[in-house]
Design a protein. Structure first.
Length: 284
């Protein structure tokens, strides 16, 4: 896990503990001695791509530093029903407190990774990369984006701070593409910020406007047809990176990629996923 991700992960785990455990896990505390120890396993119940093992370890250690974690499968492993990702051994109260927290995280991350892997496979043999978007669960963006990478995709910007994307509303409010780009370049220069600039375009004329403003790092073709995308790629002619977005599904993904774009951003990687079925079960 990247160092810069750690504060977000730790804060989310703390929130998950507070909202789930509150003033105590009374279900476990009422019937299990506080010092009784046991063993559990993370059981896979559905085919997919495993993600979140690293986070599960952090959750367990946060609740009980003495928990023993025996990892069998890594993040990114292709899994099937019956596979065991890891065993954990320690105080049963600690393991039961961690159960739902780590499952919620792992099931969602594995769902994102599994869906991403499907899109990545569709582009085998082509140069185009699949990107995620900011359409993530609030508070879980770092984990969603970690899961995309585990599934073989690539991350777009993390947030509004690490890349400029001038979308339709920015352009309309700024008075057009040329003033929006010129103001952005002046703004970044004045603040000594070196971050990429991307501009969303809605027509071939918009592309010409981008280069009239001096060009940018990447152009996003918004809701272009495949035919118009091919024309746009020819017009841009390698002068900057090209991203396709909007109206792109698994059914037409490869058709768009074959037009020669560098990236295709897919919001569905993180906002239209099905969690992978996993369970933490007692070992008898």
């Amino acid at each position: 896990m990247k160092k810069e991700y750690e504060p977000f992960v730790n804060e989310l785990i703390e929130l998950a503990i507070r909202e789930d455990i509150g003033d105590g896990d009374h279900s476990s505390l009422s019937c299990i001695p506080s010092d009784e120890r046991g063993r559990m396993k993370l059981l896979v119940k559905q085919e997919g791509v495993l993600a979140g093992v690293e986070i599960a370890r952090i959750v367990l250690r946060r609740l009980d530093p003495d928990v023993r974690f025996e990892q069998l499968l890594d993040d990114g492993a292709r899994v099937k029903p019956g596979d065991v990702a890891f065993y954990v051994e320690g105080r049963l109260v600690s393991l039961l407190q961690a159960e739902r927290i780590l499952l919620n995280i792992m099931q969602r991350m594995s769902g994102v990774a599994t869906q991403t892997a499907v899109y990545v496979k569709e582009l085998e043999g082509l140069k185009t990369k699949v990107l995620d978007t900011r359409k993530t669960t609030p508070g879980m963006r770092v984990m969603d984006k970690m899961a995309v990478r585990i599934g073989g995709g690539e991350n777009h910007r993390m947030g509004l701070f690490d890349m400029v994307i001038l979308k339709d509303n920015h352009i309309d409010f700024a008075g057009g593409i040329v003033p929006a780009v010129e103001k952005t370049k002046a703004y970044l220069k004045a603040r000594g910020k070196d971050i990429p600039i991307e501009v969303e375009v809605r027509s071939l004329d918009d592309i010409r406007e981008v280069f009239r403003a001096g060009g940018v790092d990447r152009i996003m073709l918004d809701n272009f047809t495949p035919e118009l995308t091919r024309e746009a790629v020819r017009l841009i002619d390698g002068r900057c990176e090209i991203e396709s977005s909007g109206g792109i599904t698994l059914a037409n993904l490869r058709e768009y990629a074959a037009c020669g774009v560098d990236f295709i951003s897919v919001g569905a990687l993180t906002h239209q996923i099905k969690s992978l079925d996993l369970s933490l079960k007692a070992c008898r």
